[in-house]
Each structure stands twice: as C-alpha cells, then as structure tokens.
Design a protein around this ligand. Sequence first.
Ligand SMILES: Nc1ncnc2c1ncn2[C@@H]1O[C@H](COP(=O)(O)OP(=O)(O)OP(=O)(O)O)[C@@H](O)[C@H]1O
Ligand SMILES: [Mg+2]
Length: 346
Amino acid sequence: MRPDQALAPPLDTDAPAAPAATGSVRPAIPPQHYGLLYGTSQPMRELYQQIEKVAPTSLTVLIVGESGTGKELVARTLHEKSPRDGGPFIPVNCGAIPAALIEGELFGHEKGSFTGAIQQHMGYFERAAGGTIFLDEITEMAPEMQIKLLRVLETSSFHRVGGTEQICADVRVVAATNRDPRTAVREGRFREDLLYRLAVFPLRVPALRERPADIDMLGQRFLDQLNATEKTRKRFAPGTLDGLRQYHWPGNVRELKNAVHRAFILADDEVKVRNPEPPPRNRRVVRRDGSLELTVGIPLPDAQRELILATLAHFGGDKRQTASTLGISLKTLYNRLDVYKHGGDA
Ligand SMILES: Nc1ncnc2c1ncn2[C@@H]1O[C@H](COP(=O)(O)OP(=O)(O)OP(=O)(O)O)[C@@H](O)[C@H]1O
Ligand SMILES: [Mg+2]
C-alpha cells in the first residue's frame, strides 16, 4: 500500500452495489464513493481527505472548480459529513438574485421595510440556522452586498432589512465559484478581503480530464441509474468507454452525464455515446491584462507560443526576464522567437 493510500479517508462502506438490471445478480463491488461523490482517482481521494478534515469544523470553505465538476455535491457532502448534518442545507445562487433583492433574500426583512414588504420575511441565513448555507456563484454577488456579507462573516450576526435586532447566525458558510476568484479580484469585481475571509479553507474540485480514471466508473454509474429507473438492461456498445476516455470533457461530469442520458434514450439495446465535437478552433486564445485564457484542447505548441509571447509582452520585451520567469534559457527563448518569426510552431 502506498503511503498516500494509507492516509486517504476510507471510501464510504455503505456503497450500494450498482443497481442490478432487473433479474440479474451482480457480484458485490468495492465502495466507489465518498458521501455523494463518486470517483476513486487519486485527485478525488485527495479531495475526500480534505473534506474529511474540514467537515467537523465550522470553518468557512470556498469551493473552486470548473462548471460541472461537482461543486454542489462537494458542498452537500461537506454538510453531510459535518455535525450539522441534521440541520438544513440551504443553497443560494448569488448570481441569479437581482441586486435590489439579495439583501432581503439573504437576511430577511421586517414588515413595512419597503413597498411590498407586507409581512416579516425570513432570509436564507435564518432558515439555515443550525445547518449550512451554500453561496453558489459567489463572485457574481453585487459589490454592495459583498461588504455586508463580510461583516456577517466577521461578527457572526446580522439584522433583517428594516430591523435593528441583531440576529446570531449559527450557520456554516460554504461558497463556490467556477471562475478564478483572483481574476475577479484583479478585475475589481470581487473584494479581496472577502475572498480571504471566505477562502479560510479552499477546496479545488479537479476537472474530469485531470482524472480520466473516473470516467468509466461514472459513465457506468449513470447508465446503471438509468437502467434502474427505466427498468431496462441497456449496455454500452463495445469500445464506448474507450471513446469516453479519449475526450477532454470541457463540461466535466455534467457533460458526461448528459451524454450518457442522450445516448441511453436513443439506444434500443447497445448504448453508443457519440464522440462529441472537437473543441472550437476559433477564439482559442484570449489575452487579458496579465493573464491568458486558452481553450481546452488547443495544441500544446500553440499554447506554448502564446504563453511565451504574452510573457514577453508583459515584461515589455525584456527577454532576460521573460526567459527566467518561464524557466527556460535565454538561448531557448531566442530560438523559439526565431521560429515564430518564420511562422513555425515548435
Ligand atoms: N463525483 C461525482 N459523482 C457523481 N455525480 C457527479 C459527480 N460530480 C458531478 N456529478 C453530477 O454532475 C452534475 C453537475 O454537478 P454539480 O451541479 O455539482 O456541478 P457544479 O460544479 O456545481 O457546476 P456549476 O459550476 O455549473 O454550477 C450533477 O448532476 C451531479 O450530480
Ligand atoms: Mg453548481
């Protein structure tokens, strides 16, 4: 056993065997999940370890990961593994609530505090008492609300809109974003002090392409679930799982789940997941101040060229600093620039 395996928290032992197709008996399979999260790859095991450590505390947690990686499942698992398990789990999509309403939605309002406030209203924080509030898409929260949230996190209390009574917030705050929160800070859209306060314990959910070892199991699980609910016995066509492993899944687990669902509906017996379209080749590289955004799947030489040229531009053409920052020799940098000048790729 490798030492990292010895350290990993046990996967949950109550894993039900994959639902058997009607009438068939399957051998028991080893546990494949931790809370609501499925996957046994090393990056997921490391994530489980971190959840296991932080769940018993009441620390604020910031979950970062691409869209569809399972951030909401991570938040729910964290809640499930915490002593607040018996309390409520209240998800709030901060990006979906209009700026004018969000304070009342989060903290509630008193009767008559504004036109239309015909009765006292309990906010999400109050409803989450004894449990967890999940602030999703946190970087989309309006700036004036960010400062109010920071105050709540620092004082553990708040008051309803139009009220004066301080209400104690016995709430564990878990936030999530699928954007890079540091970029949001750099762009002036997100308060740095709030980021530091929220990210007491950051959790990063790995993209599916970083854990191809989980693709088979997740694909099979989604198919098993569909077979169980639809009372069918459809199987993947030979080679399907190999195909799934080849793809880079920019939409992560959600995209995989949807692809299996679509293929399941179309299949009579053998489920064939069509290889999705290759990533778009237009707008592959976006340059912003001090950062580069590269579309997943662009050829490595292109990515390298863009990084070198962007770094050179960043340092105002200073080749020595560019080479040392990139960790390559000055000679290598000159060679590359020479190739680029002549329209080469390498
Ligand atoms: N590890 C996993 N095991 C099983 N199902 C998963 C896993 N990760 C994600 N899913 C499923 O994939 C879908 C997307 O997950 P989820 O909504 O948690 O993603 P997200 O990171 O919150 O995405 P977004 O940033 O778009 O809100 C859900 O249907 C979820 O059940
Ligand atoms: Mg989500």
